[in-house]
Design a protein around this ligand. Structure first.
Ligand SMILES: [Zn+2]
Length: 279
């Protein structure tokens, strides 16, 4: 066999070897782009987000979101990458994750919360998108096999290909995930937040609150959880039945904390910038 003829064989072997754990219960998926490249793309995307959005200049809140996020990371099924949590100083009701573990949450969404478990619900959902590799899977599909192959094997132009992947990834971020991706992140998020010691009922209260806020002209609602979005009711119903299935819930699950109340007061005193992301 010539070395050229070997390439497809290596490619097939790589496909077989690229089954990554993507969720609880030993769930795996075929991922061609290795974690190291995914992290490089995610880092590039995070840099762009930080250039277009105002990062909140309050280390107390940044540290707090990070501490809640890391509690969930500690029990998730993808712990071999570093997760970064960043609060954006904008009154948008939004949160999202880039591939590779950068999670952004907006003050507008934080202000809608009433306890720490609701924060854990949102972060658990975003962490689940990263664990399930939803972002990189979509990017893999958008870039096509040839680009995914170059990302997997590197080469002279690998920084060019990462740059173009960053651009493609930024476009995908604002177009939203598929219904099945959202269903999976909702389910896994509830599982992880409970495992981290938070009351999963907070996922339901958070979803319901956002559903009420929605409506015409309010398209910036987190995860399209708005009253005029057809999936919203189904997602709330699924969250309720997911919690029912995990009964009896472990004892002493956290809902609110005294520290959260202190942080909420601090949040209400912070000045928000009404900036919106460039799409
Ligand atoms: Zn989502």
């Amino acid at each position: 066999m010539t070395s050229k003829a070997l390439i497809p064989v290596i490619f097939i072997i790589l496909l077989i070897l690229s089954c990554a754990t993507t969720g609880p219960g030993g769930k795996t998926s075929l991922i061609l782009i290795p974690s190291s490249q995914e992290v490089a793309i995610g880092n590039g995307m995070a840099k762009q987000v930080e250039q277009t959005e105002k990062v909140l200049q309050d280390t107390v809140w940044q540290d707090y979101v990070n501490s809640v996020g890391q509690k969930i990371v500690a029990v998730c099924d993808r712990r071999n990458i570093t997760y970064h949590f960043t609060v954006i100083n904008s009154d948008q009701i939004n949160a999202f994750a880039t591939p590779g573990g950068h999670i952004f949450i907006y003050i507008g969404l934080l202000r809608r919360m009433d306890n720490e478990a609701e924060l854990a619900a949102v972060l658990g959902h975003e962490i689940s998108h990263v664990v399930a590799r939803h972002g990189i899977k979509r990017l893999q599909a958008a870039l096509g096999v040839a680009a995914a192959y170059r990302l997997a094997f590197g080469g002279d132009n690998s920084s060019d290909i990462i740059n173009s992947a960053v651009g493609a990834g930024m476009n995908l971020i604002f177009s939203g995930y598929s219904r099945s991706n959202e269903r999976e992140a909702d389910k896994d998020g509830i599982y992880y937040m409970t495992k981290a010691g938070y009351n999963p009922q907070a996922a339901v209260t958070m979803f319901e609150k956002l559903a009420q806020l929605g409506g015409k002209g309010n398209s910036n609602i987190f995860e399209k959880l708005s009253a005029d979005h057809p999936e919203t009711e189904e997602r709330i119903k699924n969250a309720k039945s997911e919690i029912k299935q995990t009964q009896p819930l472990p004892p002493h699950l956290i809902l609110g904390t005294k520290y959260y109340q202190k942080m909420k007061k601090r949040l209400l005193l912070l000045k928000t910038k009404g900036n919106h992301p460039k799409k």
